[in-house]
Design a binder for this molecule. Structure first.
Ligand SMILES: Nc1ncnc2c1ncn2[C@@H]1O[C@H](COP(=O)(O)OP(=O)(O)OP(=O)(O)O)[C@@H](O)[C@H]1O
Length: 364
């Protein structure tokens, strides 16, 4: 069942006005600068902002409309915060059992063993909360939210308090959760890496309003989305299938526009993946270069060119059925005569795609 809302919330110095419909399953990333209203929107949906006006409904059930207001505990929302907020006097099993007890009578409950396995909690069940690392605590918090049988899962920067190693450890678990949870997930982050790895859909908020909303591939390949993502972070995400590993530490991925050779990707041949290609790592050539160190030289066609006000230009390229972005200088875009319809080559260094840029594919 989908979650739809059209809400307004006014604080003395800030106004939030957002309307959207989240599909029945899949993960929507709410992305935007600090103070754009991301947490406030989650709080409204959870029923934690009595001052919010407008309408919120889930499937056919009205959560909020005019004077009607369903309190938080009757909405069936799972909430994961930046800090895990576990019960410190219980072990991991005790924390999960609490969620299972709370969920009683709320319909189909996920199997605790399956959730525990998906989040890698098996060996941790008898540990006290104080004996867990930050990443482990967050995994327990996510499992607990799921076992409470939520109809919607709200995750507010669940990885922001963790270091890079803990984030890398937990991201594959959230990918698995996204594909298995079967409920709408709204996930707040400032991180373009989490956005690229996890989102099925993206909603970019700024100053309390939605600036852009749509499927991940569409938003990330849009030159207009670059300012919202930041020029160093912008880049498209391509679906890929791992074809083979080579003897010299590389992996070959098949994409709709050819093959990508990357540093070894830890997955089995046949695995469906998504690969993020940073716009500033793509070089554009009008002729196929030779004697070049870069391993990926892919035939492409220019679909859009946006000249910036400064020295930069954003070029959208079609590679097979997919779109990628190249961020080059305005001078190069003009010198090469790049314009929609022009055939060219997109050149991507293998090592420009890091481990964190390759994630599990979501069966959208
Ligand atoms: N209870 C409140 N009373 C008054 N103003 C508030 C209240 N809660 C939030 N605000 C204001 O609303 C705006 C949006 O805050 P919110 O926490 O939703 O932003 P955010 O996008 O989640 O930011 P961050 O990424 O820093 O967490 C901010 O200007 C904040 O100061």
């Amino acid at each position: 069942m989908s979650l739809s809302f059209d809400i307004a919330l006014c604080f003395p110095d800030f106004a939030l006005q957002v309307a959207a419909e989240l599909p029945a399953r899949g993960l929507t990333v709410l992305f935007g600068p600090s103070g754009s209203g991301k947490s406030s929107l989650l709080r409204v949906l959870a029923g934690l902002e009595r001052g919010a006006e407008g309408r919120v409904s889930f499937g056919g059930e009205i959560w909020q409309d005019g004077r009607r207001f369903l309190p938080p505990h009757r909405r069936g929302v799972g909430y994961v915060f930046q800090d895990a907020r576990l019960f410190p006097h219980l072990d991991v099993q005790g924390n999960l059992d609490y969620a299972v007890r709370r969920a009683r009578g709320r319909g189909a409950r996920p199997d605790p063993d399956v959730v525990g396995a998906a989040l890698g909690l098996g060996p941790l069940m008898r540990r006290q909360v104080a004996q867990l690392s930050g990443g482990q605590r967050q995994r327990v918090a996510i499992a607990r939210a799921l076992l409470s049988c939520p109809r919607v899962l709200l995750m507010d920067e669940p990885l922001s308090a963790l270091d890079a190693a803990a984030r890398a450890e937990i991201l594959p678990h959230i990918e698995a959760l996204r594909d298995a949870a079967g409920v709408p997930i709204l996930y707040v982050t400032h991180s373009a890496e989490e956005l690229a790895r996890l989102a099925d859909r993206v909603m970019i908020l700024r100053d309390g309003c939605v600036r852009r909303e749509g499927p991940l591939a569409e938003v990330l390949s849009d030159p207009d989305a670059i300012p919202a993502l930041g020029v160093r972070e912008a880049g498209a995400v391509l679906p890929a299938t791992l074809s083979a590993h080579t003897g010299d530490g590389l992996s070959v991925l098949s994409i709709s526009g050819g093959e990508l050779v990357l540093p070894r990707v830890e997955a089995d041949p046949g695995a469906r993946l998504r690969v993020r290609i940073h716009a500033h790592e793509v070089i554009v050539a009008r002729r196929r270069p030779s004697a070049l160190s870069a391993l990926n030289i892919l035939p492409a066609t220019v679909t859009q060119v946006r000249l910036g006000e400064g020295p930069g230009a954003a070029v959208q390229l079609r590679l097979g059925e997919d779109l990628i972005l190249a961020r080059i200088t305005r001078r190069s875009a003009l010198a090469l005569g790049l314009a929609p319809g022009v055939d060219c080559y997109a050149i991507v260094k293998s090592v420009a795609v890091a481990q964190g840029d390759v994630g599990g594919f979501s069966g959208e």
